[in-house]
Write a protein that binds this ligand. Structure first.
Ligand SMILES: [Zn+2]
Length: 199
């Protein structure tokens, strides 16, 4: 019965956090809307995505075609000597929202996979090394995730960036705000202990 909607359902189901069942519900919702106003709105937004939205050619943040490089890259009030390296453009938004960083950004668009070997090193890694050297970056802050691949990426970047003379730091992993020791998992607690600093 859903056969005619199959291409739409398949496309929706490829989006993060949306399984087959949710994709079906979204597709049915779009069909039920007789005026098709939601579908039109979606189509307009997708066309805009094609024409007017892109990833900043310097840092990788989401930006408009009219602002490339993006505002984060061109804002003269931001610190130029400090570069925050993240895995994904969405991470830039998160760090920005935290308000704890005032330097520039660089999204790796991926990470190193030790299982696949270093032959598949992301070309963005080379671009990062070039940028650190060219812009004489004094500190590279790695705001990476905490899984095995992110750890491997951090170690790799530390070694690669050392010759450029940049200090490479990594954000501390700690306890979530408002939570207690009793509720933390052992891995998080061990990382928090390792990242301790003087009061
Ligand atoms: Zn940018």
């Amino acid at each position: 019965m859903l056969e005619p909607l199959e291409p739409l359902i398949r496309a929706l189901a490829r989006l993060p956090g949306i399984g087959r069942r949710t994709a079906e519900r979204i597709a049915l919702r779009l069909v039920r809307d007789r005026s098709r106003s939601l579908a039109h709105e979606l189509r307009r937004a997708l066309e805009e995505l094609d024409d007017a939205i892109r990833l900043c050619r310097r840092c990788g943040a989401v930006t408009s075609a009219a602002e490339d490089p993006c505002r984060l890259c061109t804002d003269p009030h931001r610190e130029s000597g400090v570069l925050c390296v993240v895995e994904d453009p969405a991470d830039i938004e998160q760090v920005e929202k935290s308000g704890g960083f005032r330097g520039r950004y660089f999204a790796l668009m991926g990470k190193l996979s030790p299982m696949r070997g270093e032959s598949v090193v992301n070309p963005r890694f080379e671009e990062l090394c070039r940028r650190v050297a060219e812009e004489r970056i004094g500190e590279v802050v790695l705001a990476l995730n905490t899984d095995m691949e992110s750890d491997a990426t951090a170690a790799y970047l530390r070694d690669r960036l050392a010759p450029a003379g940049a200090r490479v730091t990594r954000i501390a992993v700690g306890l979530p705000a408002g939570s207690g020791i009793a509720y933390s998992d052992p891995v998080t607690l061990a990382a928090a202990l390792q990242g301790r600093r003087p009061l």
